[in-house]
Ligand binder design. Structure first.
Ligand SMILES: [Zn+2]
Ligand SMILES: [Zn+2]
Ligand SMILES: [Zn+2]
Length: 356
């Protein structure tokens, strides 16, 4: 994600800020202007600085400290376009749930921002019941009838996230249990939304669907059976030559969703680097190997090699910073040539949306 600036004093700010630490003005994200805007109270409402002739209010979820997006007062909707996608939110009767929800929304708002930068359609199920997107944030429940375990997953545009995933201790425990190198909330969102966009961008189009078969395999093989086999036997020992993760080997749909998540990681990272004017000039013998100039916006870049080369250099550098701080690698993956081709396919598919 790019760096934002306070529109009043030009101080750099984060996407999640609600006040400018420099000039003290309230801030909100205006999704149509794609800007963090300074706000001034005008009786019941807010106006922009400088004013644009409209009055605004914060999304209804601002009161729970989980959203800083604003919308024009004339609209009927209570929620911003990111929060309007929520079908079920956690019970707000506990502090733990509020904390968990806060984490989920932080990741989800970044997801929605990223999808919109790609120009992809983001439509709520409230507007389009069949083809829209919605989120359920649910907790495991224990009652007289036994235990109800919530599975994080996707079904026909409805993305369910188990609230427990917002707890970093729980998430780390699962990560180690499943021997995963990386497990984050934003990773979950990016993976699950990948299933949704397969339904939207691949499945309906015969040419894209045929290309998908060639690159990812035939998704008509029994899904439940494939997953069961994967959980019993694990991945093929040579999985790294063709897949981004072990889980991607389970079924072509999972390969797609895993690769899609990585595509969003790549685009977000390169966008951030571009925004910061980040360039690398490593003092090593073959400096070309890690020489990256993020002098382009990845969303309009047709040459995918440029994007992926920049990404690989940047992540090597950031991993090194993290190791210096005693943290795990930001990007603990190796992108094999076959995976690069899968990512390239996704970029080609998404590019017309970014451009148009
Ligand atoms: Zn300011
Ligand atoms: Zn909102
Ligand atoms: Zn999946």
């Amino acid at each position: 994600m790019r760096i934002f600036q306070c529109g009043n004093c030009q101080f750099p700010i984060y996407f999640e800020n609600t006040t400018c630490l420099n000039c003290g003005y309230a801030l909100g994200y205006h999704s149509e202007y794609d800007m963090m805007v300074p706000l001034q109270r005008d009786h019941e409402h807010w106006t922009l600085i400088p004013a644009d002739g409209q009055t605004y209010r914060y999304c209804a979820n601002y009161q729970h400290d989980v959203c800083n997006w604003i919308l024009p007062t004339g609209r009927e909707q209570e929620f911003c376009e990111a929060c309007a996608l929520n079908r079920t939110i956690p019970h707000l009767n506990s502090e733990d749930n509020l904390t968990a929800w806060h984490q989920l929304e932080k990741a989800k708002h970044r997801l929605i921002y990223g999808l919109k930068q790609l120009g992809l359609p983001v439509v709520s199920k409230n507007e389009q019941a069949e083809t829209g997107l919605a989120f359920d944030f649910l907790s495991d429940e224990k009652n007289e009838k036994g235990e109800k375990n919530i599975k994080t997953g996707h079904a026909n545009g409805l993305i369910t996230i188990n609230l427990a995933e917002a707890d970093s201790v729980h998430r780390e425990w699962i990560r180690r249990k499943l021997s995963e190198p990386y497990r984050t909330l934003i990773g979950h969102f990016r993976h699950e939304v990948g299933h949704y966009y397969w339904d939207r961008l691949v499945q309906p189009y015969p040419d894209e669907h045929a290309a998908f078969h060639r690159i990812f395999g035939d998704e008509t093989q029994d899904y439940a059976q494939s997953l069961e086999t994967y959980y019993q036997n694990g991945a093929d020992p040579n999985w790294q030559q063709s897949y981004i993760s072990q889980y991607a080997t389970a079924h072509p749909w999972e390969d797609w969703a895993e690769t899609w998540a990585h595509y969003l990681h790549v685009m977000d990272t390169v966008e951030t680097a571009y925004s910061f004017g980040l360039s690398l000039h490593p003092s090593i013998t073959y400096s070309d190997l890690l020489k990256s100039q993020a002098t382009f916006d990845p969303h309009s870049e047709t040459n995918f090699d440029r994007i992926i080369d920049a990404f690989i250099s940047i992540t090597f550098a950031i991993n090194s910073f993290n190791r210096g701080m005693g943290l795990s690698d930001v990007y603990p993956f190796v992108i094999a040539p076959a995976v690069k081709e899968k990512l390239r396919f996704i970029h080609k598919l998404v590019l017309p949306y970014s451009a148009g």
